[in-house]
Design a binder for this molecule. Structure first.
Ligand SMILES: Cc1cc2nc3c(=O)[nH]c(=O)nc-3n(C[C@H](O)[C@H](O)[C@H](O)COP(=O)(O)O)c2cc1C
Length: 325
């Protein structure tokens, strides 16, 4: 069983899926596309240096090392500077641009999901950015179902489904629902197909396995999915959904974790950050699988990358032995 001819995107995850993490997640994931973390656009346009720092994949033809294309995501409320920034990203090699209208953080002020209350502003931003970009640059938007209530979703989709917007990703929660499990509302996506114009709708929110993707497809009528946190527990999630690959075993998950550690160690980061980011990977992995809990606790006591590698190697050997019993 699998979902043939679907696409699976790796979600933008600020503070989590930066370039080194994307490199590992994409190498295993089988994703059709990944996103940059959101890049904040103020009343000043983003300069080239910032794009190259945040999206070094732009220097590699807009792809991660394994060849997964990356989409640059912008967040802001100023149509002019968003448009100018999008054009700068395009000039640097971005093949597609996404507008973030879903971030629920209070720290983004008048941006992200805050703008869902203002459909006219959403339209102004979309039109300005579309206008600034050449036709060969794909434009997409990422939204939530509403600010307070899913009944707002129709106006939101109509506002962003302008000519030239090729994809709209809907995170099936409102801003009020934040990331709460009980706030997930795949059902609310289905009626939006009628309002999306020529854009493709992409379903997002807790699609962490093939079974969930199948159910989500049935409920939303979307054949394209975006997966975020589930990609840590199941690093080969795209392969699972599109090809029916078995989810990674515990040993394979730990091997992926080892790659995370080595990849961060290869960057000019302190030992503490290398270990913090590896713990972060395991921390997200343990949210969706119980077998990681014990090792996570032991690993968290270590603060030295060499020690961390020793712990990982010993646990990988132990789990291989267990699997071959
Ligand atoms: C730590 C974290 C950071 C996120 N950063 C972004 C971001 O930069 N841009 C964005 O559009 N969404 C962001 N999101 C939302 C995710 O892209 C996604 O919509 C959400 O996690 C639901 O999908 P999931 O259940 O597959 O993780 C973030 C979510 C989390 C948990």
């Amino acid at each position: 069983m699998c979902i043939k001819n679907s696409t699976v995107y790796l979600a933008p995850l600020e503070g989590l899926a930066d370039a080194p993490m994307r490199r590992v997640l994409c190498a295993h994931g089988g994703y059709d596309l990944c996103y940059s973390e959101f890049i904040r656009v103020t009343d000043l346009k983003v300069v080239k240096k910032t794009f190259i720092r945040e999206v070094p994949e732009l220097l590699n033809d807009g792809k991660t090392l394994d060849g997964t294309p990356i989409r640059v995501q912008l967040l802001g409320d100023n149509p002019k500077t968003l448009a100018a920034s999008a054009k700068t990203a395009y000039d640097l090699g971005a093949k597609s641009i996404d507008l973030n209208f879903g971030c629920p953080s209070r720290f983004v002020h008048h941006s992200g999901a805050m703008l869902l209350k203002e459909p006219e502003l959403l339209t102004s931003i979309v039109l300005a950015v579309r206008d600034a970009l050449p036709d060969d640059c794909l434009l997409s938007c990422k939204v939530r179902l509403g600010f307070l209530d899913a009944s707002e979703s129709f106006d939101i989709i109509k506002a962003v489904a302008q000519e030239g917007v090729k994809e709209i990703c809907v995170h099936a929660r409102t801003r009020k629902g934040l990331y709460r499990q009980e706030a997930l509302n795949w059902e609310a996506i289905k009626p939006l197909h009628e309002y999306k114009g020529s854009a493709v709708l992409i379903a997002n929110g807790n699609i962490n396995s093939l079974a969930e993707a199948l159910l989500c497809e049935k409920v939303t009528l979307c054949h394209n999915f975006m997966c975020g946190r589930g990609g840590f527990a199941t690093p080969n999630l795209g392969h699972c959904i599109k090809e029916g690959a078995p989810p990674y075993s515990y040993a394979k998950l730990l091997q992926t974790c080892r790659e995370v550690l080595l990849t961060f160690k290869d960057t000019p980061r302190s030992d503490k950050i290398v270990m913090d980011r590896t713990k972060q990977f395991l921390g997200y992995a343990k949210m969706n699988r119980n077998d990681v809990q014990d090792f996570f606790r032991r690993f968290c006591q270590s603060s030295d990358p060499e020690d961390g590698l020793r712990l990982l190697d010993a646990e990988i050997t132990r789990s291989h032995n267990n699997e071959s019993l």
